[in-house]
Design a protein around this ligand. Structure first.
Ligand code: F6P
Length: 323
């Protein structure tokens, strides 16, 4: 019978991870289970850095960004020796099942751990990038796009006042979910994302036409993973064609921090709850996500090997609304 669940957060921190930790702990305690909090992602398993956490330890964290458990991108865990030590840690601490919260690297680690060492493990999608297959939204994405949007709205004030062209770079690693969402919600003139090839000449023409039409501001959102380069290189290429002055703003880590939105807290709470119940049923090797408001269990390997597609309809709406 299952008695103790281990929980860790891994990879880039994402707002809502704390809400997920709280949900796992409170649900587990409700069912009479113990929870072991593992420090700094998989590193804490390798180094046996573990502390039991009760319901009081997760009080007052639902509204906090980051992760109280700490996180890391662990190289050690990826070695055979490191993974072996992680397995011994689970045994020493009598941890029956593991719940990991993170992005694609986290799911990959969890999958390998379960395959090589027979560990019972469930994943929760926690990344601002929203690039995990098997869930409509990842925990942290909604907060990140709202953070970015706040910054974009402010920059729009300057762009309109000075009638200036802005290139705003957003995160997303190799996917354009953040770019597309903030492009639409921020009324951007164009959005460059890795999933759609960037045509610099067409972009330059569009900006030129916008200026001729009397548009007061031009904001181009650049996803950091765009194949045409970063916001600075793309801006220079455009300037070489149309000789228009511009400014670049890289939003960076502002997007990743701060209090999670209601949507992220709700998603994290629902998924944490579902993960504990799935673990109690003896399920393992899945990521618990949500599709059309229903909990969905996707094999860990699929979450990082299958490509989650952007919705091309959004791109078309942005184009039409920006004309
Ligand atoms: O995966 C989340 C993310 O913020 C990406 O958008 C970004 O590319 C990456 O992490 C940055 O990673 P790090 O903080 O490890 O440099």
């Amino acid at each position: 019978m299952m008695k103790k669940i281990g929980i860790l957060t891994s990879g880039g921190d994402a707002p809502g991870m704390n809400a997920a930790i709280r949900s796992v702990v409170r649900t587990a305690v409700h069912h009479g289970l113990e929870v072991a909090g593992i420090r700094d992602g998989y590193n804490g398993l390798v180094s046996n850095s573990i502390q039991n956490i009760g319901r009081g330890a997760v009080a007052n964290i639902i509204q906090r960004g980051g992760t109280i458990l700490g996180t890391a991108r662990s190289d050690e865990f990826q070695s055979e020796e490191g993974m072996g030590r992680a397995k011994r840690t689970l045994e020493q601490n009598s941890i029956d099942a593991l719940i990991v919260i993170g992005g694609d690297g986290t799911m990959r680690g969890a999958h390998e751990f379960s395959l090589k060492h027979g560990v019972r493990v469930l994943g929760l999608p926690g990344t601002i990038d929203n690039d995990l297959y098997g869930t409509d939204f990842t925990i942290g994405f909604d907060t990140a796009i709202n953070n970015a949007l706040e910054a974009i709205d402010r920059i729009r004030d300057t762009a309109a006042s000075l009638e200036r062209l802005f290139f705003i770079e957003v995160m997303g690693r190799s996917s354009g979910f953040i770019g597309l969402a903030v492009g639409l919600a921020g009324g951007a003139e164009d959005v460059l994302i890795p999933e759609i090839p960037t045509d610099i000449e067409a972009l330059a023409r569009k900006i030129n036409e916008n200026t001729k039409k009397g548009k007061k501001s031009n904001i181009v959102i650049v996803s950091e993973g765009d194949e045409a380069g970063n916001a600075f290189t793309i801006a220079e290429k455009v300037r070489d064609l149309i000789h228009e002055d511009y400014r670049v703003a890289v939003l960076g880590y502002i997007q990743r921090g701060g209090a999670p939105t209601a949507n992220d807290r709700i998603l994290a709470s629902k998924l944490g709850f579902a993960a504990v119940e799935a673990a109690m049923r003896g399920e393992s090797g899945f990521m618990v996500g949500e599709i059309n408001q229903q909990a969905v269990y996707t094999p860990l390997a699929e979450t990082y090997s299958k490509k989650k597609m952007i919705d091309p309809a959004l791109y078309r709406i942005i184009e039409i609304l920006a004309t």
